[in-house]
Ligand binder design. Sequence first.
Ligand SMILES: NC(=O)c1ccc[n+]([C@@H]2O[C@H](COP(=O)([O-])OP(=O)(O)OC[C@H]3O[C@@H](n4cnc5c(N)ncnc54)[C@H](O)[C@@H]3O)[C@@H](O)[C@H]2O)c1
Length: 258
Amino acid sequence: MTSKQVAFITGAASGLGKKIGESLLKEGKIVVFSDINQAALDEVVKEYQANGFHASGAICDVTNEESMNEAIDTVMALYGRLDILINNAGIQHVAMIEDFPTDRYRFMIDMMLVGPFIATKKVMPIMKNQKFGRIINMASIQAVVGFAGKAGYNSAKHGLVGLTKVAALESADSGITVNAVCPGYVDTPLLTNQMQDLAKTRGVDEADVLEEVLWPLIPQKRLLDVQEIADYVSFLISDKAKAITGQAIIMDGGYTIQ
Ligand SMILES: NC(=O)c1ccc[n+]([C@@H]2O[C@H](COP(=O)([O-])OP(=O)(O)OC[C@H]3O[C@@H](n4cnc5c(N)ncnc54)[C@H](O)[C@@H]3O)[C@@H](O)[C@H]2O)c1
């Protein structure tokens, strides 16, 4: 068994999952990046291995329990321990409820709520046996406030906060913490690509979208950087945060306080 802490991150071939994995690698942890996209996953693992980090990859579709179990079995076979689970894989679909395809709604619940459930179910006995574990569920401010057009995402992320609380309660006396991180607007291609649409729907110039549309909603008048989220996840995993469990921690520059 390795003496280093081992992290397993879902949906980690891109965006937040990748950046969180990078931060954990820099802290000297072993990181198993997992994703449904084999080609993107291979690139990420190659990049970090080339830089001398202890990164590996495990293909995993979070909507498939067998696939999840196999990926986590691989982690245990390779390293003999699993200290950190980050349930990160997620997608968005925007439509009013009357136009929201029911199979799409079910899929989003499957991916962002049932996926974290089956991962948590699989790692709980491992972490309880170790008497240590950290589970981070990547939620969103859409886990605490409603957004029109986002029934699938809102429902899944609200549910994820409930799962976080139950998992925290069921493992609180085993050295395990379970928390949800709820970011607001993050400076990612996902958001910047929406600037044109936002400009069109709000009737403002694209150059004015931040000033006219977003800043009135965000008291800090700035987008979050992915590194800020990765840094906060690192804190939650650290010993300094061992009393924090079952929380939905909002990082939103003040969006939800007004
Ligand atoms: N980007 C934001 O602004 C933002 C804000 C708040 C919360 N979040 C949450 O953070 C998480 C990551 O978001 P992101 O913007 O980095 O996303 P992203 O689109 O950059 O990455 C998501 C990854 O998930 C993978 N994936 C898709 N389906 C999968 C499946 N069935 N099984 C396993 N992997 C799968 C994709 O291949 C991709 O690599 C999501 O849960 C999202 O809801 C993001």
